[in-house]
Design a binder for this molecule. Sequence first.
Ligand SMILES: CC(C)(COP(=O)(O)OP(=O)(O)OC[C@H]1O[C@@H](n2cnc3c(N)ncnc32)[C@H](O)[C@@H]1O)[C@@H](O)C(=O)NCCC(=O)NCCS
Ligand SMILES: Nc1ncnc2c1ncn2[C@@H]1O[C@H](COP(=O)(O)OP(=O)(O)OP(=O)(O)O)[C@@H](O)[C@H]1O
Length: 192
Amino acid sequence: MVIVGITGGIGSGKSVISKLLVAMGYPVYDSDAEAKKIMQYDLSVIKALQLEFGENTYLNNQLNKQHLAGEVFGNPERLRALNAIVHPAVKRDFQAWAKQQSNPVVFLETAILFESGFNSETHKVILVTAPLDIRIERVVRRDQCTQEQVMQRIAQQWTEEAKALKSDFIIVNDGQHSLIKQTEKIISELTQ
Ligand SMILES: CC(C)(COP(=O)(O)OP(=O)(O)OC[C@H]1O[C@@H](n2cnc3c(N)ncnc32)[C@H](O)[C@@H]1O)[C@@H](O)C(=O)NCCC(=O)NCCS
Ligand SMILES: Nc1ncnc2c1ncn2[C@@H]1O[C@H](COP(=O)(O)OP(=O)(O)OP(=O)(O)O)[C@@H](O)[C@H]1O
């Protein structure tokens, strides 16, 4: 089985590529979504988060995302503490998921593949890129948040240049290049 990482900064278009791959029949592990599920049901993770970030980390038993985002995205030390609680559980969950897959090519989508060290799980990496101003504009529209909030997250992520050096394929998602053609070309190389 070939495990292919899909990475790229916030708003680059990873989820769009993942949706294309799912439509083409490939299994994709969505780390953001799975991390949220783990933070909602894994009792040891829940306890550790409450201890570190206070009781209001959960409101009516639901993860208080705004509270956590406010705590960590302007504060690298607090983000490290959050990552140290959540990432090991996500890694275990991904490994269990990968074992259950029968497709010879599967994908792991995460914005922070290299930052988190999850690239140790992958054989190949696809980097999705888009100009910074377009990424910010897309996320502001998608999440109804401010430019500053997007910039805070970008500040916690590697630059595209640093990620490109460690990636095998690059998909340019600037609205000018066909995503389907670029994805199909990569799939044909991966399956050759
Ligand atoms: C703080 C939380 C609750 C905020 O939730 P929210 O719905 O606002 O954001 P969401 O999780 O959908 O992430 C959106 C984007 O933010 C960026 N981002 C999220 N987590 C991180 C992180 N740890 N480091 C850097 N950027 C991050 C990514 O670009 C991601 O795609 C959430 O981001 C979180 O729990 N993060 C820590 C877990 C994590 O690292 N998840 C990502 C992959 S495992
Ligand atoms: N080529 C495009 N043209 C127009 N809109 C786009 C394009 N690519 C992505 N978008 C939109 O931009 C937003 C960000 O894309 P997407 O959610 O795929 O990014 P992401 O890399 O998964 O972000 P995150 O790191 O936050 O999870 C979404 O609302 C998406 O629909």
